[in-house]
Design a protein around this ligand. Structure first.
Ligand code: NI
Length: 135
């Protein structure tokens, strides 16, 4: 029987939504204020959900300390207080939060010592959230 374990992390980062292939007007039409040349910041809330069997001995799907270490190393150290546009993950893709959730999923999915990565949910604001379930 599968169980699910989820944990929340927070990080602050800036981004600018802009695609070089689009014109100035097209970028403004697509992204509005988010296309402002100086960028803007978000306090992202990242939820990581792991699924698997509950371990007979430990009673856990994954040890949260192990998950914390992986998320810290792979995601928080890389993106917290950074400009997402300058990260190599976004060299060829616009750092929308749709794409950010995909990047985070990709950085974590093969790194877990137990269980499987079920999904990553990224809250960008009180009202917006984005989820990636892999392929
Ligand atoms: Ni934004």
């Amino acid at each position: 029987m599968k169980s699910y374990f989820g944990r929340r992390y927070t990080l602050s980062a800036s981004h600018r939504l802009h695609v070089d292939a689009l014109t100035v007007e097209e970028n403004r039409a697509a992204y509005g204020k988010c296309n402002n040349p100086h960028g803007h910041g978000h306090n992202y809330v990242i939820e990581v959900v792991v699924t698997g069997e509950v371990d007979q001995d430990t009673g856990m799907v994954i040890n949260l300390a192990d998950l914390d270490e992986i998320v810290e190393e792979r995601v928080l150290e890389r993106f917290d207080h950074k400009n997402l546009n300058l990260d190599t993950a976004f060299t060829n893709r616009v750092p929308t939060t749709e794409n950010f959730s995909r990047v985070v999923f990709g950085l974590l999915k093969d790194m877990l010592p137990k269980g499987e990565l079920e999904h990553v949910r990224v809250e960008e604001t009180e009202n917006n959230f984005f989820e990636c379930y892999g392929d």
